[in-house]
Design a protein around this ligand. Structure first.
Ligand code: FAD
Ligand code: NAI
Length: 464
C-alpha cells in the first residue's frame, strides 16, 4: 500500500491550483485537489476574470447600440433596451461552461476533487471535513480575497465588492468606486456603459499603480472623456447607508475639508489579500511575510519540506496567467523536472475600452536602471485603427540604449491585451527593437503599431 493517499495534493482549484493538479496528473503523479467552493476554477472562473469579461463584452455591445455609436458605421438602430437579467444569465452561462470544463478535465486526467475546506494537520496531512488526506507533496494555491476598507461594511447590496458588483440586480444611478485600480476601472466601465454615473475615488495622484507613468496619465484622460468622474489624491473616510442610499465621505488624501457624495452603489476595490486564514499554517510552522503572503524560492518550495505554494497567495502580481504558469512549474518541479517562471515578463491587461496592456519595465523603472531609448507610435497613424475609426491610444516600446534589447512595452488600444503577447514572446527570446522592427507584420493590423514603435526606437517610423 502507498505511504500517502496522493503524490500531490493541491489546496485550491483556481488557475494556479487546477493547472498544477492537471499538470501533475499528466506527469503520472497521483493527484488530488481540495476545493471548498461548489464549483472548481477559483476566483478567476467563478467571480473574477471570466464573469467580469463576459459583462465587459455585453455592456460594450449595449453601449455601442444604445449610444448611437454604430450610426457612424451606417448601422442605424431603433430603440434599444437593456435586459439585465438576460445579460447576467449570459454571464452565468460563461462561468458554468468553464467551471464545468475544469471538472471534466479533472475527470479526464484522473485528478480527484476532494470537496471541502482544507486545514493542515502536519506537513503531509490535510484535514478536509471528516477526512484526513495525506500526500507526499502539498501545494498551497488558496488565492486571495478582497481587502476590506476599515469602517466600510460590505453588504453586497449597496456597498459591494467585485463579487457583488458583477451581480447587481439593477443599474445604479450613481456608483462610487473606491480605488482606481484594475477592478474599479473594469467594473466601473461595465456599469457606466449600462447607464450609471460613475465616480472613482483614488487615494494616489494617478490611476493604475504599478503601470507606466504615461499609461496612468493617459488612462485618466480616456476615462474622464468617457464620462467618469475621477477624484485623485482623495480618500474615503466613511460610508453610511440609509434606505438603500449611501453617503460617502471623502477628503483630500493629504487631509483637508471633507465632502459627501450620495450614491446608490459603492464598489470597494482597493486591492486583494492572500488567503491563509484557517489554513493551519501554524501546524506546519510556516509563517507569512508582512503582507500576509507565503514566501517561496524560485522552484515554489516553501520553508517547509514537501510544502509548495503558488498564485495569489505568494508574492508577485495577482494575475491568473501568473498563477497558471506557476502551477505548471510547480508540478514539473515536484516531478523532478525543471519548472521555471520568468517573473520579469508577466503581461498585465486592463480589459476596458480601449484595453491597456503592458509587459516588462515601465519607462520610469527602465530609466532608473540605465540609459534607454523609447519609441512611441500613436494609433492615429495605424491604418486599421483609422479604418474602424477607433484611434485612441498608442504603443510604446522601451529598449536598452546600448544593447537595443527590449525592456518593456505599453499599449493602449482596443486589442492591446492580445497584442501584448507578441512583445512578451519577443522579450522571452531576448529580442531587440530591431528584431521587432524588421519582422513582417500583416497589414492592416493593430500590431503594425508595435512594429512602428520599435522602428521609433531606432529613429525611423514610417507613418508619423
Ligand atoms: P484563486 O483563483 O483565488 O483560487 C483559490 C481557490 O482556493 C478558491 O476557489 C478558494 O475557494 C480555494 N480555497 C482557499 N482556501 C481553501 C482551503 N483552505 N481549502 C479549500 N479550498 C480553499 N486576473 C487576470 O489575470 N485577468 C483578469 O482578467 C482578471 N480579472 C479579475 C477580475 C476580478 C473581479 C477579480 C476579483 C480578479 C481578477 N483577476 C484577473 C485575478 C485572478 O482572479 C487571480 O489572480 C487568480 O484567480 C489567482 O489564482 P489562484 O489560483 O492563485 O487563486
Ligand atoms: P488594485 O491594486 O489594482 O487597485 C487598488 C486601487 O485602490 C489602487 O489604485 C490603490 O491606490 C487604491 N486604494 C487603496 N486604498 C485606497 C483607499 N483607502 N481609498 C481610495 N483608493 C485606495 O486592486 P483591485 O483593483 O482591487 O484588484 C485586485 C487585484 O485583482 C489586482 O492585483 C489585479 O491584479 C487583479 N485583477 C486583475 C484584472 C486583470 O488582470 N484584468 C482584473 C481585475 C483584478
Amino acid at each position: 500500500m502507498a505511504e500517502y493517499d496522493f503524490d500531490v495534493l493541491v489546496i485550491g482549484s483556481g488557475p494556479g491550483g487546477y493547472v498544477a493538479a492537471i499538470r501533475a496528473a499528466q506527469l503520472g503523479l497521483r493527484t488530488g485537489c481540495v476545493e471548498s467552493r461548489e464549483t472548481l476554477g477559483g476566483t478567476c472562473l467563478n467571480v473574477g476574470c471570466i464573469p467580469s469579461k463576459a459583462l465587459l463584452n455585453a455592456s460594450e455591445k449595449f453601449y455601442e447600440a444604445a449610444s448611437g455609436a454604430l450610426a457612424k458605421h451606417g448601422v442605424k438602430l431603433g430603440s434599444v433596451e437593456l435586459d439585465l437579467p438576460a445579460m447576467m444569465a449570459d454571464k452565468a452561462k460563461a462561468v458554468t461552461g468553464l467551471t464545468g470544463g475544469i471538472e471534466f478535465l479533472f475527470k479526464k486526467n484522473k485528478v480527484e476533487w476532494v470537496k471541502g475546506l482544507g486545514t493542515f494537520v502536519d506537513a503531509h496531512t490535510v484535514q478536509v471535513g471528516e477526512r484526513k488526506v495525506t500526500a507526499k507533496n502539498i501545494v498551497i494555491a488558496t488565492g486571495s480575497s478582497v481587502t476590506p476598507l476599515p469602517g466600510v461594511e460590505i453588504d453586497q447590496k449597496v456597498v459591494v465588492d467585485s463579487t457583488g458588483a458583477i451581480a447587481l440586480e439593477k443599474v445604479p444611478e450613481h456608483m462610487v468606486v473606491i480605488g482606481g485600480g484594475v477592478i474599479g476601472l473594469e467594473l466601473g466601465s461595465v456599469w457606466q456603459r449600462l447607464g450609471a454615473k460613475v465616480t472613482v475615488v483614488e487615494f494616489l495622484d494617478q490611476l493604475l499603480p504599478g503601470m507606466d507613468g504615461d499609461v496612468r496619465k493617459e488612462a485618466a484622460k480616456i476615462f474622464k472623456k468617457q464620462g467618469m468622474e475621477i477624484k485623485l489624491s482623495t480618500k474615503v473616510t466613511g460610508v453610511a447607508v440609509n434606505s438603500g442610499k449611501a453617503i460617502v465621505t471623502v477628503e483630500p488624501a493629504a487631509g483637508g475639508a471633507a465632502e459627501t457624495i450620495e450614491a446608490d452603489a459603492v464598489l470597494v476595490s482597493i486591492g486583494r489579500r492572500p488567503n491563509t486564514d484557517g489554513l493551519g499554517l501554524d501546524a506546519i510552522g510556516l509563517a507569512t511575510n508582512q503582507r500576509g503572503q507565503i514566501e517561496t524560492d524560485h522552484s515554489f518550495r516553501t520553508k517547509v519540506d514537501g510544502v509548495w505554494a503558488i498564485g495569489d497567495v505568494i508574492p508577485g502580481p495577482m494575475l491568473a496567467h501568473k498563477a497558471e504558469d506557476e502551477g505548471i512549474a510547480v508540478a514539473e518541479n515536484i516531478a523532478g523536472l525543471t519548472g521555471i517562471v520568468n517573473h520579469d515578463v508577466i503581461p498585465s491587461v486592463v480589459y476596458t475600452h480601449p484595453e491597456i496592456a503592458g509587459v516588462g519595465l515601465t519607462e520610469e523603472q527602465a530609466r532608473e536602471k540605465g540609459e534607454v531609448k523609447v519609441g512611441k507610435f500613436p494609433m492615429a497613424g495605424n491604418s486599421r485603427a483609422k479604418a474602424i475609426d477607433d484611434t485612441t491610444g498608442w504603443v510604446k516600446v522601451i529598449a536598452d540604449a546600448k544593447t537595443d534589447r527590449v525592456l518593456g512595452a505599453w499599449i493602449i488600444t482596443a486589442p492591446a491585451g492580445t497584442m501584448i503577447a507578441q512583445v512578451a514572446q519577443a522579450m522571452e527570446f531576448g529580442a531587440t527593437s530591431e528584431d521587432i522592427a524588421y519582422t513582417c507584420h500583416a497589414h492592416p493590423t493593430h500590431s503594425e503599431a508595435i512594429k512602428e514603435a520599435a522602428m521609433g526606437v531606432l529613429g525611423k517610423p514610417i507613418h508619423v
